[in-house]
Write a protein that binds this ligand. Sequence first.
Ligand SMILES: Nc1ncnc2c1ncn2[C@@H]1O[C@H](COP(=O)(O)OP(=O)(O)OP(=O)(O)O)[C@@H](O)[C@H]1O
Ligand SMILES: [Mg+2]
Length: 480
Amino acid sequence: MRADTRATWPKDDMTNETTRPNRSGNPRPQQGGKPRVRNDKPNTNHRRHRAEPEEKFIRRAIPEIDTPFTRMGIDPRVAINLPGLGIETPSPIQEKSIPGIVEGRDLLGLAQTGTGKTAAFGLPMLTRLLNIGRKPEPRTCRALILAPTRELATQIAENIDNYAIGTPIRQFRVVGGASINVQTQRLERGVDVLIATPGRLIDLIERGAVDLSQTKYLVLDEADQMLDIGFIHALRRIAKMLPRERQTLLFSATMPKLMEELADSYLNDPLRVAVNPPGQAAAKIDQGVHFVNQGDKAALLAEYLSKHVDELAIVFGRTKHGSEKLSKLLEKWGYKVAAIHGNKSQGQRERALAGFRAGDTKVLVATDVAARGLDIPEVAHVYNYDLPNVPENYVHRIGRTARAGRDGRAIAFCAPAEIGELRAIEKAMKAKIAVVGGEEPFEAAKIRERGGPAGRPAQGAARKRPARRPSRAPKSAPRA
Ligand SMILES: Nc1ncnc2c1ncn2[C@@H]1O[C@H](COP(=O)(O)OP(=O)(O)OP(=O)(O)O)[C@@H](O)[C@H]1O
Ligand SMILES: [Mg+2]
């Protein structure tokens, strides 16, 4: 169903950029002005890097290249890796945030899912690390990237590795579910970029395996989730251990107003960059809502899936148990399916994702553990089997499709009891989702039109039917 495979970035409808004066009171340079003059002299400080990468680095001359990224201040040793990764023209969020980050500013960057936020913080951060060129002390890290899930941390680590090919910069990823002793050992040497989930990082800090007193760069990917209830306590503890003099970068596709105030407390005189009004779904997602009774959802899902058996689809359920049950049922009906949720072992989670990335399994049933950040370009369909109870997560869930300018389809299954959630999602996105099937309960439709109360089912809406598990495969399933 894909027409285009290359990145075509959606038009930047609105830029909500506040360029505050710098500390000396002078206005900062505007985007699109004269290209920054770069100092391309080799930085001899790098010679102090540890033995093996140092040699490679010395042998590799700094490439003399001129690309849109070097013109924004990205180190040529990093920029040279980008065409090989399909990154040639900066996306809007990259254009707007890279120059400020290279300059050393704190930044809050908001842009839709799949628009290249990882490179927007990764490339300038690597540039700054290369420019300082100091070797990390034992048991310290020079930069810290925090992410909410193990899988996302792994993906960021892979991206950083790719951007840093041929440079002396090394990343290390620490997440739960893997041996803490191995992680402790590796940290003894110190690391340039540490990518972590907060829980495991705190465990390592408590063991004395790592100390953050020399960490001059902090990135919170999925910042609004990192500031939310599940992570905020860990984050506060971590922030206390970081030096006050540091550069902090916060990125997400969503940032509820209340969270923004909290975000501010982690930032010092930040640039704020918002591509399009924050909280919107990615431009090329064809969205729809299908009204259906809870007990009929599985059969409806099978109908949708069977129309696109060769394409990758993610199905989001609300609970671990429900997602597991659904994946078993789909498997029984003949679909190539894997499940990823908090009750799976780390090995199972990794295998499920690897099989899905490779296209061996076509359907991934997941809880919100897979809602944010995961970049699997071939995902063509997202089904919200259950609507999320955190409205922002809808935008993230459906953002697993239509990445880097591709197109994709997202269908939400809405049971009568979920009208409240649907309303809350539409309110958060400031947009209505088109009805593509089923009948919207009459009273609920009226409330939806009036913009009525979110969070609870409409009065008079069809009553929730108890979920029943269909015993037989629908006719549309691949095999009986
Ligand atoms: N300038 C670019 N040109 C083409 N492709 C790009 C560019 N920048 C990033 N990409 C690709 O776009 C895809 C999405 O990037 P990324 O995962 O960083 O998005 P994101 O904005 O962080 O999304 P999410 O909000 O879901 O986390 C990746 O496959 C990445 O390689
Ligand atoms: Mg991301």
